[in-house]
Design a protein around this ligand. Structure first.
Ligand code: KIV
Length: 264
């Protein structure tokens, strides 16, 4: 099969086919996930928590992200590689140019940034210069200290409407994919219907165009806490490749996320 591109993911949305995405941080897991048929791998700045043992993603640096992006890109053949721009690496347009370049040169196919309206100019400038961008709305973990914790976002009507408007703004600025994290399922559906680009949800209900999980949660290797929106696919399979194949198949059939994984 050919390399998966954002155009292929767009076509999947248009044809009502669900997109399966997972995080990875090294070549070995990336290779298994690629061979299992995952559509996209995110080198998430969640690596600060699951690899480095930090309490949040704030300490992660661009050097960390470039290193793990290089590792993952060596393991994949077909899967689209998304890489997270870490905390404060895109606070200005100029910083974004320098740091997004590092991730693209390390093997990313598209870079992800958390935020809404304030990012519009940065995004359109990156896209004009040949760097594709994935947006991220809802719970944006790099702002955890402003948000007052890892909390579901967009429950109030004004915040929900604002998020729909921001999703449209991001799309107009040139974003090609949009991650939606920890929002009510109804809002996940409304945003996915309001934009033409594919939405990838995590704790955003079953009606987003795709799903993403942190690999440690999907394989049940998070030491203590399993988020409500996640499921351990390894317990049912006992084999990492089969666990990811099951995840892809459950997403594609609309069985994951189930009612127990969603927020109201
Ligand atoms: O860093 C990460 O792993 C993420 C996902 C949770 C979407 O941003």
């Amino acid at each position: 099969m050919a390399k998966i591109t954002t155009s292929r993911l767009l076509k999947m949305k248009e044809q009502g086919e669900k997109i399966s995405t997972i995080t990875a941080y090294d070549a070995s897991f990336a290779k298994i996930f690629d061979q299992a048929g995952i559509h996209a791998i995110l080198i998430g700045d969640s690596l600060g928590m699951v690899l480095q043992g930090e309490n949040d993603t704030v300490p992660v640096t661009i050097e960390d992200m470039a290193y793990h992006t290089r590792c993952v890109s060596k393991g994949v053949e077909e899967t689209l590689v998304i890489s997270d721009m870490p905390f404060m690496s895109y606070a200005t347009k100029e910083q974004a140019f320098v740091n997004a370049t590092k991730l693209m040169q390390a093997g990313a196919n598209i870079v992800k940034m958390e935020g809404g309206s304030w990012l519009i100019e940065t995004i359109s400038s990156l896209v004009e210069r040949g760097i594709p961008v994935c947006g991220h709305l809802g719970l944006t973990p790099q702002s955890v200290h402003v948000l007052g914790g890892f909390k579901v976002q967009g429950r109030e009507q004004d915040k929900a409407l604002e998020m729909i408007a921001q999703a449209k703004e991001l799309e107009q600025a040139g974003v090609q994919l949009l991650v939606l994290e920890c929002i009510p399922a109804e809002l996940g559906k409304a945003i996915s219907e309001a934009v033409n680009i594919p939405t990838i949800g995590i704790g955003a209900g079953k009606d987003t165009d795709g799903q993403i999980l942190v690999m440690h949660d999907a394989l049940g290797i998070s030491c203590s806490y399993m988020p409500k929106f996640s499921r351990n696919f390894l317990v049912d399979t006992g084999d990492i490749k089969k666990a990811i194949e099951l995840y892809i198949s459950e997403v594609s059939k609309g069985n994951f996320p189930g009612p127990e994984h969603i927020f109201k």
